[in-house]
Design a protein around this ligand. Structure first.
Ligand code: URA
Length: 184
């Protein structure tokens, strides 16, 4: 297992997949390194690639509002993606890219050692929880594995496309907050 410094350096100089050729910046992840809760999303988008920071674009702004609505602040959480580099035109991450990049995220999770891991969207849930995970059917339930509580809900971009999902996501975040409060 690498230390934070070693890991960040390894990610920033990574050339293990082709995304390294098209990225502007590696989006390593950021937040509280002793967080009890970590949110995992799929991959950097355009704004994230340009700034090197996770969740700063439209989806990120909505995410900030959602966590604020259940009294969770960015300062207390850690935010990371399955992929550290942006796929061109925001296409879905390829299986190979996920496999290659995942050890970095696993290392981050081991260093943080959170109680709760929340997957945002299908790609994160299928990578972390179960390859057959159906986000519409399987969101909103806790799965205990290796001492972590895993949970998935919709990606904020799904809400931007379909605002009728707001209610469901709000219920999911209330549940996340309820569980989180037991570890704070
Ligand atoms: N969408 C993601 O999945 N991750 C980000 O960091 C930003 C947008």
């Amino acid at each position: 297992m690498l230390t934070w410094n070693e890991l960040e350096e390894a990610c920033k100089t990574c050339q293990k997949c082709k995304l390294s050729e098209t990225r502007n910046n590696v989006v390593f992840g950021e937040g509280n390194k002793s967080a009890k809760i970590i949110f995992i999303s799929e991959a950097p988008g355009e704004q994230e690639d340009l700034t090197g920071r996770p969740y700063v674009g439209k989806s990120g702004k909505l995410f900030d509002k959602i966590i604020a609505s259940v009294n969770i602040s960015r300062e207390e959480i850690y935010l990371a993606n399955i992929l550290k580099c942006r796929p061109p035109n925001n296409r879905d991450p390829l299986n190979d890219e996920r496999k290659t990049c995942l050890p970095y995220l696993r290392n981050q999770v081991k260093l943080i050692h959170p109680k709760i891991i929340v997957c945002l969207g299908r790609v994160a849930a299928q990578t972390i929880i179960d390859p057959n995970f159906k986000i519409t059917k399987d969101h909103g339930r806790w799965i205990e594995r290796n001492g972590y509580y895993l949970f998935a809900t919709f990606h904020p971009s799904a809400l931007l496309r379909d605002p009728s999902k707001k209610r469901i996501v709000w219920e999911d975040f209330k549940e996340i907050k309820r569980k989180y409060d037991t570890y704070k």
